[in-house]
Design a protein around this ligand. Structure first.
Ligand code: FES
Ligand code: FES
Length: 256
């Protein structure tokens, strides 16, 4: 008899022996390498509500935004639309199960390297969609990338960085570098471009913003009097920088 393994401090739930009259029969699938029995109707509900795997994000609930993307037998599926009843014995991979042996998947590392997440809500689905793409095509052309990500929506519009993350993932995969310290961010990564100190905690004249951000276009909303020169949110100062590589950085007295 299969038992669920509790993720947090909840008691084990043996769904096979707790059937109530009228309850749906449990379905046992392999989630991130472990057999799990669930009763939910959709895969999204099973993952989030029964198994506490909240890395899979609910979005539209209609199969069109891709935020709930997971892999079933290595192929991306919309968890919100996938009936659990179709998954008996099949392998489900969520974002929590993508890293192996304590090492991030190349796509996860690539997203970190180029700072491809803005709010991060779409990121699990994007990462899994890209992982599936690279598993079948390690060096996809633009058209293949477009097709693979065409139905994954990023509400923050971080598409340029996501595209660069795909390129970075192909580089990592191609180099077949497996040493953890060799998977660090490249010299030109956005992480390497972070300010020495948070700008909202640094005197305006000491802020290293454009040295860090490099070439690009800047639109500035000057601080209003009497808060001129303070660049605080209260003073109204703000600016937007679009780098020549497409990265967008906004400053409103807080590092965004
Ligand atoms: S929540 Fe599943 S596709 Fe949008
Ligand atoms: S990073 Fe916010 S939705 Fe994509």
């Amino acid at each position: 008899m299969l038992q669920d393994v509790p993720m947090t401090g909840t008691a084990p739930r043996d769904v096979m022996s707790q059937s109530e009259p009228g309850e749906p029969l449990p379905t046992t699938m392999i989630v991130n390498g472990t057999a799990r029995s669930v009763r939910s109707v959709t895969l999204l509900s099973a993952l989030r509500d029964e198994l506490c795997l909240t890395g899979t994000k609910p979005g539209c609930g209609e199969g069109v935004c891709g935020s709930c993307t997971v892999l079933v037998d290595g192929e991306p599926v919309r968890a919100c639309q996938q009936p659990v009843a179709t998954l008996a014995g099949r392998n489900v991979t969520t974002i929590e199960g993508l890293a192996t042996g304590g090492q991030l998947h190349p796509v996860q590392q690539a997203f970190i390297d180029v700072g491809a997440a803005q709010c991060g809500y779409c990121t699990p689905g994007m990462v899994l969609a890209v992982a599936a793409l690279l598993a079948r095509d390690p060096d996809p052309n633009d058209r293949a990338v477009n097709e693979a990500l065409s139905t994954n929506v990023c509400r923050c519009g971080a598409y340029p960085r996501i595209r660069r993350a795909v390129e970075r993932a192909t580089e990592i995969t191609a180099s077949a570098v497996i040493a953890t310290d060799s998977w660090g961010p490249p010299e030109t990564s956005s992480l390497g471009s972070r300010p020495a100190r948070p700008w909202n905690m640094t005197d305006p004249e000491k802020r290293d913003w454009f040295e860090r951000l490099g070439d690009g276009i800047v639109a500035v909303l000057l601080p209003s009097e009497p808060a001129a020169e303070t660049w605080s949110t209260a003073g109204g100062g703000a600016w937007l920088h679009v780098s020549d590589a497409g990265m967008v950085t906004a400053f409103t007295a807080r590092w965004m």
